[in-house]
Design a protein around this ligand. Structure first.
Ligand SMILES: [Zn+2]
Length: 247
């Protein structure tokens, strides 16, 4: 199998010219794919569970911070600064178009030790009602956009926008090494209820499960940043351990 693929690719590369070598060497090649360029074969990945993850790798005192809808040039750096200040690692569920627009931020997220999650190409919260071909495009194109923006680091979770999973989308994501990712506590930060309300929601609902949902895009997220500034040290004082969702 390997030999055949190698031979076939060799022929293709010769035919398509030097630009293909550049692209396959992983250099910063932002040119749109040319019609003559063969699609890169998907990288080999290890399939993961199709069951929607909620638990924490950090164990019974674990908390999973998940931050959705970015990256955003205003808010993602502020969130990252707070996480760095308290030494907390999080999982960033990125929208494909946002990742493509802000590759520097995707690279910073990775460089600071956080994990990447695929949050679809365009955040269509009705994608569970759409045909499977559309779901496939939303998931696989976002995987490519995020991986390219990060410089080759793959998203290891898939969170459907608005939780609009289907059995098909879970299976597809898992086959590409992206564990479907749920949440236990919706902080409702998206509705801007006030910093105190966001903090109160975390404290009230954390006993129901370790995976917290925040947002770093989609509008003014100053309440989110301030809530994290209050919540992170408090939870650490309570003996909580920040970690990643199980894979
Ligand atoms: Zn979202």
């Amino acid at each position: 199998y390997g030999k055949l693929v190698g031979a076939a690719m060799g022929v293709t590369v010769l035919a398509a010219g030097a630009s293909v070598w550049t692209a396959q060497a992983g250099s910063a090649d932002d040119a749109p794919p040319k019609a003559s360029r063969p699609a890169a074969p998907p990288a080999a990945v290890t399939p993961v569970s199709i069951i929607i993850a909620h638990d924490s790798e950090a164990g019974p005192r674990g908390v999973n911070l998940t931050i959705d809808d970015g990256p955003d040039p205003v808010w993602t750096p502020r969130v990252l600064d707070v996480l760095r200040k308290y030494g907390v690692k999080a999982t960033f569920c990125m929208v494909g178009t946002q990742a493509q627009a802000h590759p520097d931020l995707v690279k910073r997220v990775v460089a600071e030790g956080h994990r990447l999650c695929n949050h679809s190409v365009s955040h269509d919260t009705a994608m569970d009602k759409a045909p499977e071909d559309y779901q496939k495009q939303q998931i696989l194109d976002a995987e490519r956009m995020i991986t390219k923006a990060s410089g080759g680091v793959r998203p290891v979770y898939y969170r459907a926008p608005g939780g609009a999973f289907t059995p098909y989308s879970r299976k597809l994501a898992a086959s590409r090494g992206m564990r479907p990712l749920g949440w236990n506590v919706d902080t409702k930060d998206f509705e801007r209820p006030g910093t105190a309300a966001i903090v109160a929601t975390v404290e009230r609902e954390l006993p129901s499960g370790p995976t917290l949902l925040f947002h770093d895009a989609g509008g003014d997220r100053s309440q989110t940043v301030e809530a994290l500034r209050r919540v992170l040290p408090r939870l650490k004082e309570q003996g909580r351990v920040f970690g990643y969702p199980v894979r």
